[in-house]
Design a protein. Sequence first.
Length: 444
Amino acid sequence: MNEKRCLSLLCSSMLTMSVGISTARAADGTALESEVRTRAAAVESQLIAWRRDIHRHPELGDQEVRTAKLVADHLRSLGIEVQTGVARHGVVGILRGAQPGPVVALRADMDALPVKEPAGLPFASTDKGNYQGNEVSVMHACGHDAHTAMLMATASVLAGMKAQLPGTVMFIFQPAEEGPSLFMPGPGKTWGARMMLEEGLFKRLKPAAVFGLHVMPGRSGEITWRVGSTTASSDTLNITVKGKQGHGGMPWFTVDPVATSALMISGLQTVVSRKANLTVSPVVVTIGSIHGGTGPNIVPDSVEMSGTIRSYDRQVRKQVGEDIRLSAEKIAESSGAHADVSIVPMYDETVNDEALAQQMAPVLKRATDGKVGTAALPGAAEDFSFYAKQTPALFVFLGITPEGQDPAKAAPNHNPQFFVDEKALVVGTRAMASMAVSFLARQP
Protein backbone atom coordinates (compact mmCIF):
# COMPACT_ATOMS: atom_id res chain seq x y z
CA MET A 1 0.00 0.00 0.00
CA ASN A 2 1.53 3.33 -1.01
CA GLU A 3 2.27 6.13 1.48
CA LYS A 4 -0.40 8.47 0.10
CA ARG A 5 -3.13 5.81 0.45
CA CYS A 6 -2.00 5.00 4.00
CA LEU A 7 -2.23 8.65 4.94
CA SER A 8 -5.69 8.91 3.40
CA LEU A 9 -6.94 5.87 5.32
CA LEU A 10 -5.43 7.19 8.56
CA CYS A 11 -7.15 10.58 8.15
CA SER A 12 -10.43 8.87 7.33
CA SER A 13 -10.12 6.64 10.38
CA MET A 14 -9.35 9.61 12.65
CA LEU A 15 -12.33 11.56 11.25
CA THR A 16 -14.63 8.58 11.79
CA MET A 17 -13.36 8.22 15.35
CA SER A 18 -13.85 11.95 16.00
CA VAL A 19 -17.40 11.89 14.66
CA GLY A 20 -18.08 8.75 16.68
CA ILE A 21 -16.85 10.36 19.90
CA SER A 22 -18.86 13.51 19.17
CA THR A 23 -21.99 11.45 18.46
CA ALA A 24 -21.42 9.39 21.60
CA ARG A 25 -21.12 12.55 23.67
CA ALA A 26 -24.35 13.91 22.19
CA ALA A 27 -26.08 10.59 22.87
CA ASP A 28 -24.75 10.61 26.44
CA GLY A 29 -26.07 14.13 26.89
CA THR A 30 -29.52 13.12 25.64
CA ALA A 31 -29.55 10.10 27.97
CA LEU A 32 -28.62 12.35 30.89
CA GLU A 33 -31.44 14.73 29.94
CA SER A 34 -33.87 11.81 30.09
CA GLU A 35 -32.76 10.99 33.61
CA VAL A 36 -33.01 14.68 34.54
CA ARG A 37 -36.68 14.58 33.55
CA THR A 38 -37.37 11.55 35.73
CA ARG A 39 -35.56 12.96 38.75
CA ALA A 40 -37.13 16.42 38.38
CA ALA A 41 -40.62 14.88 38.42
CA ALA A 42 -39.71 12.99 41.60
CA VAL A 43 -38.64 16.16 43.42
CA GLU A 44 -41.50 18.40 42.20
CA SER A 45 -43.55 18.29 45.41
CA GLN A 46 -40.50 19.20 47.49
CA LEU A 47 -39.68 21.97 45.01
CA ILE A 48 -43.09 23.55 45.52
CA ALA A 49 -42.81 23.17 49.30
CA TRP A 50 -39.45 24.97 49.27
CA ARG A 51 -40.86 27.74 47.12
CA ARG A 52 -43.80 28.28 49.47
CA ASP A 53 -41.60 28.28 52.55
CA ILE A 54 -39.22 30.84 51.06
CA HIS A 55 -42.16 32.92 49.82
CA ARG A 56 -43.69 32.97 53.30
CA HIS A 57 -40.39 34.17 54.80
CA PRO A 58 -38.86 36.68 52.35
CA GLU A 59 -35.66 38.54 53.15
CA LEU A 60 -34.28 41.75 51.68
CA GLY A 61 -30.90 42.05 49.97
CA ASP A 62 -27.95 41.55 52.35
CA GLN A 63 -30.33 40.09 54.94
CA GLU A 64 -30.91 36.61 53.48
CA VAL A 65 -29.89 34.77 56.68
CA ARG A 66 -32.72 32.24 56.90
CA THR A 67 -32.79 31.56 53.16
CA ALA A 68 -29.02 31.04 53.04
CA LYS A 69 -29.19 28.53 55.91
CA LEU A 70 -32.02 26.63 54.21
CA VAL A 71 -29.96 26.41 51.03
CA ALA A 72 -26.68 25.49 52.72
CA ASP A 73 -28.29 22.78 54.86
CA HIS A 74 -29.90 21.25 51.79
CA LEU A 75 -26.69 21.25 49.75
CA ARG A 76 -24.77 19.64 52.61
CA SER A 77 -27.43 16.95 52.90
CA LEU A 78 -26.66 16.06 49.27
CA GLY A 79 -22.94 15.72 49.93
CA ILE A 80 -22.13 18.88 47.96
CA GLU A 81 -19.16 21.04 48.99
CA VAL A 82 -20.58 24.24 50.50
CA GLN A 83 -19.16 27.70 51.07
CA THR A 84 -21.26 30.24 52.98
CA GLY A 85 -20.85 33.92 53.75
CA VAL A 86 -19.87 34.82 50.19
CA ALA A 87 -20.77 38.49 49.61
CA ARG A 88 -22.25 38.45 53.13
CA HIS A 89 -25.01 35.85 52.68
CA GLY A 90 -24.28 34.11 49.40
CA VAL A 91 -23.97 30.32 49.23
CA VAL A 92 -21.84 28.41 46.71
CA GLY A 93 -22.13 24.66 46.20
CA ILE A 94 -19.62 22.56 44.26
CA LEU A 95 -20.71 19.17 42.90
CA ARG A 96 -17.79 17.24 41.42
CA GLY A 97 -18.87 14.55 38.99
CA ALA A 98 -17.26 11.12 39.03
CA GLN A 99 -15.85 11.67 35.54
CA PRO A 100 -13.41 14.39 34.41
CA GLY A 101 -14.76 17.35 32.51
CA PRO A 102 -15.28 21.13 32.51
CA VAL A 103 -17.02 23.35 35.05
CA VAL A 104 -20.49 24.80 34.50
CA ALA A 105 -22.22 27.31 36.81
CA LEU A 106 -25.93 27.72 37.59
CA ARG A 107 -27.17 30.83 39.37
CA ALA A 108 -30.26 31.81 41.38
CA ASP A 109 -30.90 35.02 43.32
CA MET A 110 -32.41 34.87 46.83
CA ASP A 111 -33.52 38.36 47.89
CA ALA A 112 -37.02 39.87 48.07
CA LEU A 113 -38.45 43.38 47.72
CA PRO A 114 -39.90 46.06 50.05
CA VAL A 115 -43.43 45.36 48.81
CA LYS A 116 -46.55 44.59 50.87
CA GLU A 117 -48.22 41.36 49.80
CA PRO A 118 -52.02 41.31 49.69
CA ALA A 119 -53.84 38.62 51.63
CA GLY A 120 -55.09 35.58 49.76
CA LEU A 121 -52.36 32.99 49.39
CA PRO A 122 -52.18 30.55 52.31
CA PHE A 123 -48.39 31.11 52.27
CA ALA A 124 -48.51 34.90 51.78
CA SER A 125 -45.78 36.89 53.49
CA THR A 126 -46.58 38.98 56.56
CA ASP A 127 -42.92 39.57 57.38
CA LYS A 128 -41.28 42.94 57.94
CA GLY A 129 -37.75 44.04 57.17
CA ASN A 130 -35.33 46.92 57.49
CA TYR A 131 -35.03 48.84 54.24
CA GLN A 132 -32.61 51.76 54.40
CA GLY A 133 -33.45 52.42 58.04
CA ASN A 134 -37.21 52.04 57.77
CA GLU A 135 -39.43 49.11 58.71
CA VAL A 136 -41.22 47.84 55.60
CA SER A 137 -43.34 44.93 54.48
CA VAL A 138 -41.39 42.38 52.44
CA MET A 139 -42.54 40.18 49.55
CA HIS A 140 -41.04 37.97 46.89
CA ALA A 141 -42.62 40.11 44.17
CA CYS A 142 -39.98 39.27 41.56
CA GLY A 143 -39.91 35.48 41.77
CA HIS A 144 -36.57 34.96 43.47
CA ASP A 145 -38.27 32.47 45.78
CA ALA A 146 -39.00 30.38 42.69
CA HIS A 147 -35.44 30.79 41.42
CA THR A 148 -33.96 29.60 44.72
CA ALA A 149 -36.33 26.64 45.00
CA MET A 150 -35.68 25.57 41.40
CA LEU A 151 -31.91 25.64 41.90
CA MET A 152 -32.25 23.67 45.14
CA ALA A 153 -34.27 21.09 43.19
CA THR A 154 -31.68 21.15 40.40
CA ALA A 155 -29.01 20.38 42.99
CA SER A 156 -31.07 17.39 44.14
CA VAL A 157 -31.41 16.15 40.57
CA LEU A 158 -27.74 16.50 39.66
CA ALA A 159 -26.40 15.18 42.97
CA GLY A 160 -28.33 11.99 42.29
CA MET A 161 -26.51 11.73 38.95
CA LYS A 162 -23.02 12.38 40.33
CA ALA A 163 -21.64 9.05 39.11
CA GLN A 164 -22.62 9.94 35.53
CA LEU A 165 -21.52 13.57 35.47
CA PRO A 166 -18.46 14.36 33.31
CA GLY A 167 -17.32 17.50 35.09
CA THR A 168 -18.22 19.88 37.89
CA VAL A 169 -21.34 21.93 38.63
CA MET A 170 -21.14 25.18 40.58
CA PHE A 171 -24.41 26.25 42.24
CA ILE A 172 -24.47 30.02 42.89
CA PHE A 173 -27.13 31.19 45.35
CA GLN A 174 -26.69 34.93 45.16
CA PRO A 175 -27.73 37.67 47.60
CA ALA A 176 -28.73 41.26 46.85
CA GLU A 177 -29.65 41.10 43.16
CA GLU A 178 -32.10 43.92 43.87
CA GLY A 179 -29.32 45.84 45.58
CA PRO A 180 -28.35 46.27 49.23
CA SER A 181 -31.21 47.10 51.58
CA LEU A 182 -29.10 48.61 54.35
CA PHE A 183 -27.16 51.86 54.42
CA MET A 184 -23.55 50.82 54.10
CA PRO A 185 -20.37 52.88 53.69
CA GLY A 186 -18.29 53.08 50.55
CA PRO A 187 -17.58 49.99 48.47
CA GLY A 188 -19.68 47.76 50.74
CA LYS A 189 -22.82 49.17 49.14
CA THR A 190 -22.93 47.06 46.01
CA TRP A 191 -24.78 44.26 44.24
CA GLY A 192 -24.52 40.58 45.04
CA ALA A 193 -23.07 39.29 41.76
CA ARG A 194 -20.38 41.94 41.63
CA MET A 195 -19.40 41.40 45.24
CA MET A 196 -19.25 37.60 44.83
CA LEU A 197 -16.89 38.04 41.89
CA GLU A 198 -14.81 40.64 43.72
CA GLU A 199 -14.39 38.10 46.54
CA GLY A 200 -12.94 35.60 44.05
CA LEU A 201 -15.91 33.44 43.05
CA PHE A 202 -14.56 32.64 39.57
CA LYS A 203 -10.90 32.82 40.60
CA ARG A 204 -11.14 29.72 42.76
CA LEU A 205 -12.98 27.73 40.11
CA LYS A 206 -13.61 29.29 36.69
CA PRO A 207 -16.69 27.92 34.88
CA ALA A 208 -16.61 27.42 31.12
CA ALA A 209 -20.22 28.65 30.99
CA VAL A 210 -22.86 30.08 33.31
CA PHE A 211 -26.63 29.74 33.05
CA GLY A 212 -29.38 31.78 34.70
CA LEU A 213 -33.18 31.76 34.60
CA HIS A 214 -35.80 34.36 35.54
CA VAL A 215 -39.55 33.93 35.89
CA MET A 216 -41.69 36.43 34.00
CA PRO A 217 -45.30 36.78 32.83
CA GLY A 218 -45.64 34.44 29.88
CA ARG A 219 -47.20 31.14 28.88
CA SER A 220 -46.76 28.79 31.82
CA GLY A 221 -43.78 26.51 31.23
CA GLU A 222 -42.55 28.31 28.10
CA ILE A 223 -38.88 29.30 27.99
CA THR A 224 -37.76 32.23 25.87
CA TRP A 225 -34.39 33.80 25.21
CA ARG A 226 -32.54 35.94 22.71
CA VAL A 227 -28.98 36.21 21.45
CA GLY A 228 -26.91 39.28 22.28
CA SER A 229 -28.18 42.01 24.62
CA THR A 230 -30.93 40.42 26.68
CA THR A 231 -31.51 42.56 29.75
CA ALA A 232 -30.91 46.28 29.90
CA SER A 233 -28.06 48.26 31.35
CA SER A 234 -29.10 50.28 34.37
CA ASP A 235 -27.86 53.66 35.56
CA THR A 236 -29.20 55.58 38.53
CA LEU A 237 -29.98 59.22 37.81
CA ASN A 238 -29.83 61.74 40.66
CA ILE A 239 -30.65 65.41 40.11
CA THR A 240 -30.67 68.19 42.69
CA VAL A 241 -32.37 71.36 41.47
CA LYS A 242 -31.23 74.40 43.47
CA GLY A 243 -33.37 77.52 43.50
CA LYS A 244 -34.11 80.40 45.87
CA GLN A 245 -36.51 79.94 48.78
CA GLY A 246 -39.32 82.36 49.48
CA HIS A 247 -43.01 82.99 50.07
CA GLY A 248 -45.47 80.90 48.03
CA GLY A 249 -47.66 83.97 47.61
CA MET A 250 -44.79 85.99 46.13
CA PRO A 251 -43.03 83.60 43.73
CA TRP A 252 -41.47 86.51 41.78
CA PHE A 253 -39.00 86.88 44.65
CA THR A 254 -37.98 83.22 44.38
CA VAL A 255 -36.41 80.80 41.96
CA ASP A 256 -38.83 77.90 42.11
CA PRO A 257 -37.11 74.48 41.96
CA VAL A 258 -40.49 72.70 42.01
CA ALA A 259 -41.67 74.31 38.79
CA THR A 260 -38.22 73.82 37.30
CA SER A 261 -38.32 70.12 38.21
CA ALA A 262 -41.65 69.73 36.43
CA LEU A 263 -40.15 71.22 33.25
CA MET A 264 -37.14 68.99 33.66
CA ILE A 265 -39.13 65.75 33.98
CA SER A 266 -40.98 66.53 30.77
CA GLY A 267 -37.84 67.73 29.04
CA LEU A 268 -35.92 64.54 29.82
CA GLN A 269 -38.39 62.56 27.74
CA THR A 270 -37.32 64.48 24.64
CA VAL A 271 -33.88 62.94 25.16
CA VAL A 272 -35.57 59.62 24.44
CA SER A 273 -37.94 60.74 21.71
CA ARG A 274 -35.69 63.20 19.86
CA LYS A 275 -32.05 62.45 20.66
CA ALA A 276 -31.68 58.72 21.30
CA ASN A 277 -31.20 56.49 18.26
CA LEU A 278 -34.07 54.10 18.98
CA THR A 279 -33.31 52.09 15.83
CA VAL A 280 -30.17 50.86 17.61
CA SER A 281 -31.51 50.39 21.13
CA PRO A 282 -34.68 51.05 23.13
CA VAL A 283 -34.15 53.63 25.87
CA VAL A 284 -36.14 54.29 29.03
CA VAL A 285 -35.71 57.31 31.32
CA THR A 286 -37.90 57.23 34.42
CA ILE A 287 -38.00 59.58 37.39
CA GLY A 288 -39.15 57.40 40.27
CA SER A 289 -38.94 59.78 43.22
CA ILE A 290 -39.09 63.53 43.82
CA HIS A 291 -38.73 65.30 47.15
CA GLY A 292 -38.78 68.96 48.07
CA GLY A 293 -40.47 71.51 50.27
CA THR A 294 -41.79 71.70 53.81
CA GLY A 295 -45.10 73.52 53.48
CA PRO A 296 -47.78 74.57 50.96
CA ASN A 297 -46.95 78.27 51.14
CA ILE A 298 -43.16 77.99 50.95
CA VAL A 299 -41.17 77.79 47.75
CA PRO A 300 -38.28 75.51 48.77
CA ASP A 301 -34.64 76.14 48.06
CA SER A 302 -34.10 72.74 46.43
CA VAL A 303 -35.74 69.62 45.02
CA GLU A 304 -34.16 66.20 44.75
CA MET A 305 -35.11 63.70 42.07
CA SER A 306 -33.93 60.19 41.33
CA GLY A 307 -34.66 57.78 38.55
CA THR A 308 -33.31 55.12 36.24
CA ILE A 309 -31.90 54.98 32.71
CA ARG A 310 -32.16 51.75 30.70
CA SER A 311 -30.69 50.82 27.32
CA TYR A 312 -29.23 47.85 25.42
CA ASP A 313 -26.30 49.42 23.56
CA ARG A 314 -23.16 50.86 25.12
CA GLN A 315 -22.77 53.78 22.73
CA VAL A 316 -26.45 54.73 23.02
CA ARG A 317 -26.11 54.48 26.79
CA LYS A 318 -23.14 56.85 26.80
CA GLN A 319 -24.83 59.38 24.51
CA VAL A 320 -28.11 59.34 26.46
CA GLY A 321 -26.23 60.04 29.68
CA GLU A 322 -24.50 63.04 28.13
CA ASP A 323 -27.77 64.37 26.67
CA ILE A 324 -29.61 63.98 29.98
CA ARG A 325 -26.94 65.93 31.81
CA LEU A 326 -26.96 68.73 29.21
CA SER A 327 -30.78 68.96 29.09
CA ALA A 328 -31.16 69.04 32.88
CA GLU A 329 -28.50 71.71 33.32
CA LYS A 330 -29.87 73.92 30.55
CA ILE A 331 -33.51 73.63 31.66
CA ALA A 332 -32.44 74.64 35.16
CA GLU A 333 -30.39 77.52 33.78
CA SER A 334 -33.34 78.78 31.73
CA SER A 335 -35.34 79.10 34.97
CA GLY A 336 -32.57 80.81 36.88
CA ALA A 337 -31.89 77.65 38.87
CA HIS A 338 -28.96 75.26 38.98
CA ALA A 339 -28.91 71.48 38.51
CA ASP A 340 -26.39 69.06 39.95
CA VAL A 341 -26.62 65.87 37.89
CA SER A 342 -25.16 62.54 38.90
CA ILE A 343 -25.39 59.37 36.78
CA VAL A 344 -24.19 56.27 38.62
CA PRO A 345 -23.59 53.10 36.55
CA MET A 346 -25.25 50.05 38.09
CA TYR A 347 -25.48 47.10 35.70
CA ASP A 348 -24.23 46.59 32.17
CA GLU A 349 -26.55 44.89 29.70
CA THR A 350 -26.60 41.09 29.95
CA VAL A 351 -25.21 39.63 26.72
CA ASN A 352 -26.10 36.05 25.77
CA ASP A 353 -23.33 34.17 24.01
CA GLU A 354 -24.43 33.23 20.48
CA ALA A 355 -22.65 29.88 20.29
CA LEU A 356 -23.88 28.84 23.72
CA ALA A 357 -27.44 29.83 22.85
CA GLN A 358 -27.32 27.79 19.66
CA GLN A 359 -25.96 24.79 21.53
CA MET A 360 -28.68 24.98 24.17
CA ALA A 361 -31.62 25.68 21.84
CA PRO A 362 -32.46 22.00 21.19
CA VAL A 363 -31.87 21.18 24.86
CA LEU A 364 -34.40 23.79 25.96
CA LYS A 365 -36.85 22.63 23.32
CA ARG A 366 -36.70 19.10 24.73
CA ALA A 367 -36.90 20.30 28.34
CA THR A 368 -40.08 22.29 27.63
CA ASP A 369 -41.69 19.83 25.21
CA GLY A 370 -41.37 22.38 22.46
CA LYS A 371 -42.64 25.43 24.37
CA VAL A 372 -39.86 27.85 23.41
CA GLY A 373 -39.73 31.27 21.81
CA THR A 374 -37.80 34.49 21.35
CA ALA A 375 -37.81 36.75 24.39
CA ALA A 376 -38.93 40.36 24.17
CA LEU A 377 -36.58 42.98 25.59
CA PRO A 378 -37.87 43.23 29.16
CA GLY A 379 -36.70 46.70 30.19
CA ALA A 380 -35.42 45.14 33.40
CA ALA A 381 -31.76 44.99 34.32
CA GLU A 382 -29.93 42.06 35.90
CA ASP A 383 -26.67 41.79 37.78
CA PHE A 384 -26.26 38.42 36.04
CA SER A 385 -24.50 40.68 33.55
CA PHE A 386 -21.43 40.65 35.81
CA TYR A 387 -21.09 36.88 35.36
CA ALA A 388 -21.68 37.17 31.60
CA LYS A 389 -18.68 39.50 31.34
CA GLN A 390 -16.46 36.80 32.83
CA THR A 391 -17.47 33.70 30.87
CA PRO A 392 -19.93 32.65 28.11
CA ALA A 393 -23.44 32.98 29.49
CA LEU A 394 -27.05 32.23 28.68
CA PHE A 395 -29.91 33.91 30.54
CA VAL A 396 -33.42 32.64 29.80
CA PHE A 397 -36.96 33.49 30.89
CA LEU A 398 -39.59 31.07 32.21
CA GLY A 399 -43.27 31.92 31.72
CA ILE A 400 -45.34 31.58 34.90
CA THR A 401 -48.78 32.95 33.92
CA PRO A 402 -51.51 30.38 34.67
CA GLU A 403 -53.25 28.73 31.73
CA GLY A 404 -56.32 30.67 30.65
CA GLN A 405 -54.89 34.07 31.69
CA ASP A 406 -53.51 36.52 29.14
CA PRO A 407 -49.81 37.09 30.02
CA ALA A 408 -50.08 40.64 28.64
CA LYS A 409 -52.64 41.40 31.36
CA ALA A 410 -50.85 39.58 34.18
CA ALA A 411 -49.29 41.62 36.97
CA PRO A 412 -45.61 42.27 36.16
CA ASN A 413 -42.62 41.59 38.36
CA HIS A 414 -42.28 44.01 41.31
CA ASN A 415 -46.07 44.30 41.55
CA PRO A 416 -47.85 43.09 44.72
CA GLN A 417 -50.21 41.05 42.51
CA PHE A 418 -47.30 39.19 40.85
CA PHE A 419 -48.24 35.51 40.76
CA VAL A 420 -46.27 32.34 39.96
CA ASP A 421 -47.95 29.29 38.47
CA GLU A 422 -46.13 26.56 40.34
CA LYS A 423 -46.75 24.05 37.54
CA ALA A 424 -43.99 25.85 35.61
CA LEU A 425 -41.33 25.30 38.26
CA VAL A 426 -40.55 21.70 37.36
CA VAL A 427 -39.97 22.90 33.78
CA GLY A 428 -37.45 25.45 35.03
CA THR A 429 -35.71 22.75 37.06
CA ARG A 430 -35.55 20.45 34.03
CA ALA A 431 -34.19 23.28 31.90
CA MET A 432 -31.41 24.26 34.30
CA ALA A 433 -30.34 20.67 34.96
CA SER A 434 -30.57 19.73 31.28
CA MET A 435 -28.43 22.67 30.18
CA ALA A 436 -25.82 21.69 32.76
CA VAL A 437 -25.58 18.01 31.79
CA SER A 438 -25.74 18.75 28.07
CA PHE A 439 -22.96 21.31 28.30
CA LEU A 440 -20.76 18.97 30.32
CA ALA A 441 -21.40 15.95 28.09
CA ARG A 442 -20.77 17.72 24.79
CA GLN A 443 -17.52 19.50 25.59
CA PRO A 444 -14.48 18.34 23.56
